[in-house]
Design a protein around this ligand. Structure first.
Ligand code: ME8
Length: 513
């Protein structure tokens, strides 16, 4: 069985998840679910980046011990993620002892190789970014990403990593392979590599919260250096039995703002530790809220609140249908309601309603294998049986919007099939065979649509399966949608609440802040 190891960025838990961080997790989840559907043995890692200064600051602000604060935030994150049906296999926390051990082991390996050395660090530091800033990064003396925060001037002797030693090897990989995607991010990374690198400081003397440097307990390891290591400690580095099975990772899914860490520093750390590089880093775009930047302290949309009201699937569907994953995009409630009422309620929800209601009314609620073909069957069957091949390349390239466009094309065709075969007229005219054929084929179309849409709307796929009487579909396999006839004759429908009750007004943004 092919293995597929996928990760997301681990989140700073100094605030609850927002719609932007949720977007990343949803995209990675859709890909993980797609690979499971294809039969891969999938390992999907997510988690929280707890050893950061801003987490310690937040805990202090609340008068809490940082670990107790992180425990509470883990609960919040898990709750939000479960409302969005995220199917991660493991949720790592970088305060775990096993993670500390792994981070220290990487530090030791680089030290042993001679690529970690003592040096004098003098720099502006933005705790918001947890990153050093040079004069050219500043706007009016502040970090461009965190204009409301004061920068810290840090001047101390600490430990440095010889990043410069790895530049040429990393440049070769980035230039000659598809290690970094999409192309726009690859070019940015290449630009940075062309400009030249500096060695980086990887410890802090004045901070107490973090992973202690081996044999130097007065220093903690720089948070990014420790955070990146989660991708290997999450699968058992250094001596866990499954490490060799999962590593190298198939894809790290991250946001476009953290490519330098993942595409330059992380590969250098791995090369220095004699470990294989991940196969790919995919950097998605940013979500804006009605055109404005989302921030943990300012403009925000709480995905857990939105999922409580509308369900996780509509949010998942909207984000992945509206915004191309490699690009930036905008969330507005107007657009959400438009797609919800149009594509989810009127098109998919209505297709299911029509099939289930008409089966109850005309067939005693039981699907029968079609006694005789109808002239419209061939076109419907051809469309649906070709759907898996049309969506596959899109799912595998994180082009969820294209995969969904193909699937909704099939939803519309299935609705048209009902319009054209007119089972209600056939019923009135006593042509029972025609009624049975039409509803059976529409149910088959629904089955295939549900399975292929399940990476994006898993709970809906299950509900469709339940209502057409064949049970949950989010764990089905791809082979099942390459053949017609998966709904057994004699299957009884089980009508339940409509999938997507229509929304009659645009929600107030404040309710979800
Ligand atoms: O960067 N739209 O954590 P984080 C889309 N702990 N994605 C967004 C976004 C938005 N508006 N805002 C943030 C960190 N993200 C580090 C990562 S990994 C070893 C350490 C993305 O909580 C962001 O790009 O600030 C990142 O990939 C993820 O959310 C977590 O952001």
């Amino acid at each position: 069985m092919t293995k597929f190891y996928i990760t997301t960025a681990i989140d700073y838990p100094n605030a609850s998840p927002h719609i932007g961080t949720a977007y990343e997790k949803i995209g990675a989840d859709a890909r993980a679910r797609w690979r499971r559907l294809c039969g891969d043995d999938v390992y999907f890692l997510m988690g929280n980046d707890e050893n950061s200064q801003k987490v310690a600051e937040k805990a202090q602000e609340l008068g809490l011990d940082p670990l107790a604060y992180c425990d509470e935030m883990e609960r919040k994150f898990r709750q939000a993620w479960s409302r969005l049906s995220l199917s991660f296999d493991r949720f790592i926390r970088t305060t775990e002892a096993a993670h500390h051990r792994g981070a220290r082991e990487i530090f030791r390996r680089l030290l042993k190789r001679g690529d970690v050395y003592r040096g004098m660090y003098k720099s502006w530091y933005c705790v918001g970014c947890e990153s050093r800033k040079t004069d050219k990064d500043l706007v009016n003396g502040k970090c461009a990403n965190h204009p409301n925060r004061d920068l810290e001037w840090v001047e101390e002797e600490n430990w440095f990593f010889r990043l410069t030693a790895y530049r040429d090897r990393i440049r070769e990989v980035v230039k000659n392979t598809d290690f970094v995607e999409p192309g726009i991010r690859r070019n940015e990374v290449l630009g940075v590599l062309e400009e030249g690198l500096e060695d980086i400081s990887i410890s802090r003397a004045k901070t107490k919260w973090g992973v202690p440097v081996p044999d130097d307990p007065d220093h903690v390891i720089y948070v990014w250096f420790d955070a990146l290591v989660n991708y290997i400690t999450g699968v058992g580095f250094p001596d866990g039995p499954d490490f060799g099975r999962w590593w190298p990772c198939d894809v790290h899914v991250i946001g476009k703002d953290i490519t330098r860490f993942h595409c330059i520093i992380w590969p250098a750390m791995l090369l220095g530790a004699d470990l294989p590089l991940p196969k790919k880093v995919f950097a998605h775009g940013f979500v804006y809220l009605s055109g404005e930047k989302i921030s943990k302290s300012g403009k925000r949309l709480d995905p857990a609140k939105a999922a409580d009201r509308f369900g996780g699937d509509p949010l998942r569907y909207f984000l992945l249908r509206e915004i191309a994953f490699d690009n930036d995009g905008d969330f507005t409630w107007e657009k959400f309601v438009e797609r919800y009422n149009g594509e989810l309620a009127n098109e998919l929800g209505n297709l299911l309603n029509r099939v289930v209601n008409m089966a109850e009314k005309n067939l005693g609620g039981v699907f029968e294998k079609p006694p005789a073909p109808l002239p419209q069957d061939a076109a419907l069957r051809e469309k649906l049986l070709g759907l898996a091949d049309r969506v596959a390349p899109h799912y595998d390239r994180f082009e969820f919007h294209f995969a969904l466009a193909q699937i909704w094309d099939a939803v519309r065709q299935a609705n048209r099939y009902l319009d054209e075969t007119r089972p209600w007229t056939a019923a009135k005219e006593g042509r029972r065979d025609a009624v049975a054929a039409s509803l059976y084929n529409a149910a088959e179309a629904l089955r295939i649509i549900a399975v292929l849409a399940s990476p994006v709307i898993p709970a809906t796929a299950d509900r469709i399966g339940e209502q057409i009487g064949i049970g949950p579909l989010s764990t089905a396999r791809l082979e099942t949608v390459r053949a017609w006839g998966g709904v057994p004759g004699g299957t009884r429908v089980r009508r339940a609440a409509p999938l997507f009750p229509r929304l009659d007004k645009v929600p107030e943004a404040e309710e979800f802040a």
